[in-house]
Design a protein around this ligand. Structure first.
Ligand SMILES: [Zn+2]
Length: 440
């Protein structure tokens, strides 16, 4: 059966590659630009200065992290013999800060460790402009929510990774049968025991939940969203929105978690919803905005948006809570919620992130072959009908699953998908093509 799926997928992959090959890069290739100096010659780091730059020139595909630029790897996590779903990404700061965003399923620890090792021993080296790093060193692990495909390998990784700053999660609150108890219990036990010093819960209860799904333990506070720079304890009482410093003015901002969103400097709860359905756990996903200069990258785990009875419409709540995030151009690259399934990417979300103004934007989804039907055709259509993503804009997936949607704007890289800024956020490379940031 798996073999049959594989043959079908290879045929479809080939078709997809033919249909989507080589959208015209916006950049002019510059053969003289080397990997070492690509992107670090721009002088105006950390600012958006539309109207003052010359023509956008992304140079050649940098191919590897470069000092001064942000990189994101959406990892390829094969299902393995047990056909497990799984998603993970690694955000690489302009200074080499490493942030794992989810860690895949319980069979994916090897892929995570291999990617971290590759970065620390081959790419983020003193010879390439970074400080010396330990092989398995990461500054942060961010867990978007408590499903097996996002936290399953955490227990195994906890004893192998060198996590220097913290593990950020929604909090041990509002836990119910919508989570996966085995994986949740293992992760929670680590973070309340051996790794307690690294535990960064964004929301808390009075009391919080034990490491089981026996009681809901509702959130009474999400003060973790207002602690300023997360590793800097001196600003914890400031009430400033929480963020992770990624160097050179780049940052990952934590906008929401567990059904709460910052409105200004105040965490506000959405309309109440339950804890029993898997999509009610998805709805509690972290909401994160990554910024570098003019560049915007939005991630929100498996956030739901359909508004069906057990699929709370948190996408619209996010859009309405944080209008500044979406104003003046939307989002350059949106991480599609919930593996591009039709529980998510509702009309409000798609309109806010990609406002169909003729400019080019892209969408990125972490999918493996076990997410049968991903990306859903309805979701692919929502993003790409009417040329919403602009010239050359695409839905990029790590791996189109069996029975997933098809279309010319779908790019199945069948492997790791790499996103990297250039010109200090003036533009970016995604899956081999270059784009100008909409606010450049
Ligand atoms: Zn998921």
């Amino acid at each position: 059966m798996l073999f049959g799926v594989s043959v079908r997928e290879h045929i479809l992959l080939f078709a997809a590659l033919v249909l989507t090959a080589c959208p015209p890069p916006i950049s002019t290739p510059d053969a003289a630009t080397t990997i070492e100096d690509a992107g670090i010659s721009s002088s105006d780091a950390g600012t958006s200065d539309a109207g003052t730059r010359g023509p956008f020139d992304a140079g050649t595909d940098p191919g590897a992290p470069t000092p001064g630029e942000l990189t994101f790897w959406q990892l390829d996590l094969p299902p393995g013999p047990l056909a497990r779903t799984g998603e993970a990404g690694i955000l690489i700061g302009t200074d080499g800060t490493l942030v794992l965003i989810d860690v895949g399923n319980s069979n994916h620890d090897d892929e995570i460790l291999a990617a971290v090792s590759e970065l620390n021993t081959q790419l983020l080296t003193p010879g390439r402009g970074y400080r010396q790093r330990a092989e398995f060193e990461v500054e942060y692990v961010l867990l978007t929510h408590f499903h097996a495909d996002h936290i399953g390998s955490f227990d195994a990784l906890a004893s192998q990774l060198n996590i220097t700053r913290g593990v950020v999660h929604r909090g041990f609150v509002d836990v119910g049968p919508g989570t996966n108890e085995t994986d949740f219990s293992a992760m929670c036990t680590q973070l309340t025991g051996t790794l307690a010093a690294k535990n960064l819960a964004l929301c808390t209860g009075s009391p919080s939940s034990p490491c089981t799904i026996s009681g809901r333990a509702p959130a009474t506070s999400c003060a973790g969203l207002t602690r300023g720079e997360l590793f800097d304890v001196t600003d914890d009482a400031s009430g400033d929105p929480s963020f992770i410093d990624l160097g050179n003015g780049a940052r990952l901002e934590l906008l929401g978690a567990n059904g709460f969103m910052l409105q200004g400097r105040t965490p506000v709860a959405s309309a109440a919803f339950g804890v029993t359905d898997v999509n009610e756990e998805n709805a509690r996903s972290l909401v994160m905005l990554v910024r570098h200069g003019a560049f915007r990258f939005l991630l929100a785990g498996d956030l739901s948006g359909s508004g069906q009875p057990t699929e709370p419409d948190l996408e619209s709540f996010v859009v309405n809570s944080a209008p500044d995030v979406f104003a003046n151009g939307g989002i350059d690259v949106t991480h599609a919620n919930h593996h591009a399934r039709k529980t998510s990417s509702n009309a409000n979300w798609v309109n806010a992130t990609a406002p169909s103004d003729g400019k080019t934007r892209n969408v990125l989804a972490g999918i493996n072959a076990a997410y049968v039907n991903s990306p859903h055709q309805e979701t692919l259509d929502a993003w790409t009908n009417g040329a919403r993503l602009g010239p050359g804009g695409r839905l990029v997936v790590t791996h189109r699953a069996p029975l997933g949607g098809t279309g010319t704007a779908l790019l199945d890289v069948n492997g790791r998908a790499t996103l990297q800024t250039v010109e200090r956020g003036g533009g970016y490379w995604l899956a081999g093509s270059a784009y100008e940031s909409v606010r450049r």
